[in-house]
Ligand binder design. Structure first.
Ligand SMILES: Nc1ncnc2c1ncn2[C@@H]1O[C@H](COP(=O)(O)OP(=O)(O)O)[C@@H](O)[C@H]1O
Ligand SMILES: [Mg+2]
Length: 326
């Protein structure tokens, strides 16, 4: 039931924070293009083991942020820390520990998937055949490794892009819209891949302008709009409802009248579709609501905290550009 225990961070989340395992941190990160603030004072913290969803409509500033994280462009002000080191001053130490896929991967279409990995591996100073086989296995392309990339589906190309990002066995994987343009099957494959990589201990920072692509896999999300952070939280916290409960009791109309007489029960109502009572709770506590009902002889058959759909939260939080959000 939704009482105080649900508002505390999970024990795992607390342990992560105490261990100080911050993999990526931005400090007042800002990028200005002329008059336009593409990224505006962004403060983010990504912890080891997170699958961190970096969400926002087109033009929100996601790619610009990612380019600054990777040291590809210089911030106007503020800084980025990866694994405790400033990216601007420790680029050479930091970048080998980060794997990235920004927008679509640059691939040689007439080479096989495996040979694409060899070419990139050589550019990195040599990567073993074992490693190449391991990453092909990881992204589910081992069976197609000898085929030319031009015969690959978009989803396979994207996964080959992830394989390239994985070649040097990075701690942090930064993926800019890896599911963009994929069909539903491709999105599912990409999600499965993210889950596998997370299980292997990678920290994943993944951007998307389509919430539905990533919400099932993200441990935490930040929502960016017009360069500014709108909210940062766990998916669970974000989707928690406005403290309402759906309650099933016998004789709901009698129970409703009793609730509406309470200071906390003014908004109580019956969902006519299924006869369920929808109500706030005394002290915001499901336990207290249960006690209230039991004491009056309405032992609930069920009492369920209501959650708000993440899609509608996303739209509300970014509503000034809602037209661009799918
Ligand atoms: N090189 C650039 N010059 C000028 N404006 C840019 C440049 N890159 C991005 N922008 C602008 O910055 C804003 C954020 O862009 P971007 O980071 O690509 O957003 P997203 O990846 O979230 O779609 C947009 O308004 C975009 O037009
Ligand atoms: Mg982008």
């Amino acid at each position: 039931m939704a009482d105080a225990t649900m508002t505390r961070p999970s024990p795992q989340a607390s342990a992560r924070r105490e261990a100080g395992a911050v993999v990526l941190r931005t400090h007042d990160l800002t990028k200005r293009y002329g008059e336009r603030l593409a990224v505006n004072n962004l403060n983010l913290e990504v912890y080891r083991g997170d699958i961190f969803g970096f969400l926002g409509p087109n033009g929100a500033g996601k790619t610009t942020t990612i380019r600054m994280i990777l040291g590809l462009i210089t911030p106007t002000s503020g800084s980025v820390e990866v694994l405790g080191q400033d990216v601007a001053t420790h680029r050479a130490e930091v970048l080998p520990r980060v794997g990235a896929l920004v927008e679509t991967p640059a691939l040689y279409l007439y080479l096989s998937g495996r040979d694409n990995l060899r070419v990139v591996g050589d550019a990195l100073g040599g990567v073993s055949d074992e490693r190449i086989q391991a990453v092909l296995q990881m992204v589910g392309l081992a069976a197609r490794q000898k085929d030319r990339v031009k015969t690959y589906s978009l989803g396979m190309k994207q996964r080959l892009g992830v394989a390239i990002a994985l070649l040097n066995d990075p701690d942090l994987l930064v993926l800019d819209e890896p599911a963009n343009g994929l069909d539903p099957a491709g999105i599912v494959e990409m999600r499965d891949l993210m889950r596998r990589l997370s299980a292997e201990g990678k920290t994943i920072f993944i951007s998307s302008h389509v919430l539905g692509e990533v919400r099932q896999i993200c441990t935490r999300v930040a929502i960016l709009n017009l360069g500014k952070l709108v909210t940062e939280s766990t998916v669970e916290d974000l989707t928690r409802g406005q403290g309402e409960f759906a309650v099933q009791v016998e004789r709901p109309r009698e129970a409703l009248a009793l609730m509406q007489a309470q200071p906390w029960g003014k908004s109580a109502r019956i969902d006519e579709a299924n006869g369920t009572l929808i109500t706030q709770a005394p002290n915001g506590s499901g336990r207290d609501l249960n006690l209230f009902l039991v004491n009056l002889g309405f032992a609930p058959a069920s009492l369920i905290p209501q959650t708000q759909d993440l899609e509608s939260i996303f739209l509300t939080l970014t509503n000034n550009t809602a037209g661009e959000v799918r």
